[in-house]
Design a protein around this ligand. Sequence first.
Ligand SMILES: Nc1ncnc2c1ncn2[C@@H]1O[C@H](COP(=O)(O)OP(=O)(O)OP(=O)(O)O)[C@@H](O)[C@H]1O
Ligand SMILES: O=P(O)(O)OC[C@H]1O[C@H](OP(=O)(O)OP(=O)(O)O)[C@H](O)[C@@H]1O
Ligand SMILES: [Mg+2]
Length: 286
Amino acid sequence: MIRIAIPNKGRLHEPTLEVFKDAGLPVYGGGNESRQLIAKTSDPDITFIFARAADIPLYVAEGTADLGITGLDLVVERSADVQCLTDLKYGSSRLVLAVPEASPILKVEDLAGKRVATEFPEITKRFFKDRKVDVEVIQVSGACEMTPHIGVADAIVDITSSGTTMMINKLKAISPVFESKVYLIANKTSVKSKEKISDVITAIESVLLAKTKRYIMMNVPAPALKDVERIIPGLNGPTIMQVEGPEPMFAVHAVVDADMIFVLIRKLKLVGARDILVLPIERLIP
Ligand SMILES: Nc1ncnc2c1ncn2[C@@H]1O[C@H](COP(=O)(O)OP(=O)(O)OP(=O)(O)O)[C@@H](O)[C@H]1O
Ligand SMILES: O=P(O)(O)OC[C@H]1O[C@H](OP(=O)(O)OP(=O)(O)O)[C@H](O)[C@@H]1O
Ligand SMILES: [Mg+2]
């Protein structure tokens, strides 16, 4: 039996459900509005546990869950001894040190003897200790941006991604503190002993890889075939099939990088390829 801990709410909830659905392991019910805390999937040996993103590092470290999805900031904050397996490419964010726009504090050293509010006390303490700046760290559970304006703190260490919340609350970042990504994490013992874990990892990684690729198909008149073969860098070279018809023609199929499509199409048309189709790929297992 494999247990996978996934966020029951918050901004990681929906994209996490999406990844497992695409990987062929849809989460049956539970999470968000429902009060259900355990869910099944297409494989009877796999169970999902819904938990707060901040608690998932501990559940995985202790082996309550074999796998989990959560932010690297939360893994580091909890000093969780887990294996970080795969960057899931959603939910990247930064922890920054910020002060009110009008504050005379301009650099980390100016905060000596002052108060810093944060949801991440451990990362914050380590940040100032490494720089040998003595501050008082005040732990809050949210709405951290407000604290310097109501006299609770002189600065904050908080998450920013779009920067909107900082801007609206008239704060300016004076130093980066931590770069976070959302990871698939694993219990260090389970990852070695439970065979099915590697199937789950492969399934998830195949979804991520597929997002970076496109399947391209086209018809190519015989005289243009050599040029098209030269242009297309398929996974293992393009697949070429003869097309029945009055004109000597080939169907060419290939898997290519998604970010090459724009340039490729122009080149292919120039040498005579036509009826070009570009399709998304659901999963790609090399
Ligand atoms: N803009 C962002 N703000 C906050 N967390 C973010 C952001 N982008 C990504 N994350 C990541 O999401 C995780 C926080 O997950 P959590 O479930 O607490 O989400 P939340 O939306 O902040 O929930 P809550 O409504 O309880 O504050 C952290 O690992 C964090 O790095
Ligand atoms: O740079 P932005 O895109 O504006 O995002 C950053 C904001 O989002 C998070 O707050 P959240 O919505 O989780 O509320 P919370 O502070 O109560 O956790 C985070 O703590 C920031 O306040
Ligand atoms: Mg939050």
